[in-house]
Design a protein around this ligand. Structure first.
Ligand SMILES: CC(C)(COP(=O)(O)OP(=O)(O)OC[C@H]1O[C@@H](n2cnc3c(N)ncnc32)[C@H](O)[C@@H]1OP(=O)(O)O)[C@@H](O)C(=O)NCCC(=O)NCCS
Length: 160
């Protein structure tokens, strides 16, 4: 089983490899990463949890403030979650999400939010298995590969 820890600078290439390997218009509305995208720089290594497995990484989870406002400091957001396609279905994604939930609770947050595209049923089932609920749906929010796709806003109540 993978070992979870906070990301370090030397994880940059492995995170980029997994980012590129997992990108598809089915899971993210942004354009295909150009190979230059640096998620550690964009989000800060301290906000990234990685799953270490043997030689490389099996996956990563990115956390961040939901907004920049002080009035929403009690809300944390999952900004990204990806597992190496070769390691999917082994429980890595669930373990990363559990670590994110634990960190959010430890920081005293009241709510953990995320967004998932309509059609990304595997990810949605994973979130639901951890108690996340759909709080709202932005219908037809993105035009992806010729289809208008919903954006579901999900959240986990950490106060209970
Ligand atoms: C979504 C993702 C992170 C799941 O990671 P994973 O390591 O394969 O997930 P796990 O093995 O921990 O699965 C945990 C649970 O999630 C659900 N699940 C995950 N992938 C699934 C799939 N393809 N189909 C059905 N259920 C799935 C299952 O309920 C599973 O429970 P189980 O252990 O009882 O089978 C991974 O498939 C991935 O990287 N996908 C591409 C990127 C992505 O979609 N990220 C989320 C963007 S919102």
């Amino acid at each position: 089983m993978a070992e979870l820890r906070t990301a370090r600078a030397e994880d940059r290439e492995e995170i980029r490899r997994i980012d590129l390997a997992t990108w598809s218009p089915r899971v993210t509305p942004g354009p295909r990463p150009d190979g230059e995208r640096d998620l550690l720089e964009d989000f800060g290594a301290a906000n990234v949890i990685v799953a270490e497995a043997g030689e490389g990484l099996a996956g990563y989870l990115i956390l961040g403030a939901w907004t920049k406002l002080d009035s929403s400091r009690h809300v944390l957001e999952v900004k990204g979650l990806a597992v190496d396609p070769a390691r999917q279905g082994e429980g890595v994604g669930g373990a990363l999400l559990d670590a994110g939930i634990e960190r959010a609770r430890g920081e005293g947050r009241r709510k953990l939010t995320l967004r998932v595209l309509g059609g990304n049923d595997g990810a949605r089932r994973l979130y639901e298995s951890r108690g996340f609920e759909v709080e709202g749906t932005l219908r037809g929010a993105f035009l992806l590969d010729g289809d208008y796709v919903d954006d579901h806003l999900m959240a986990l109540d950490l106060t209970t």
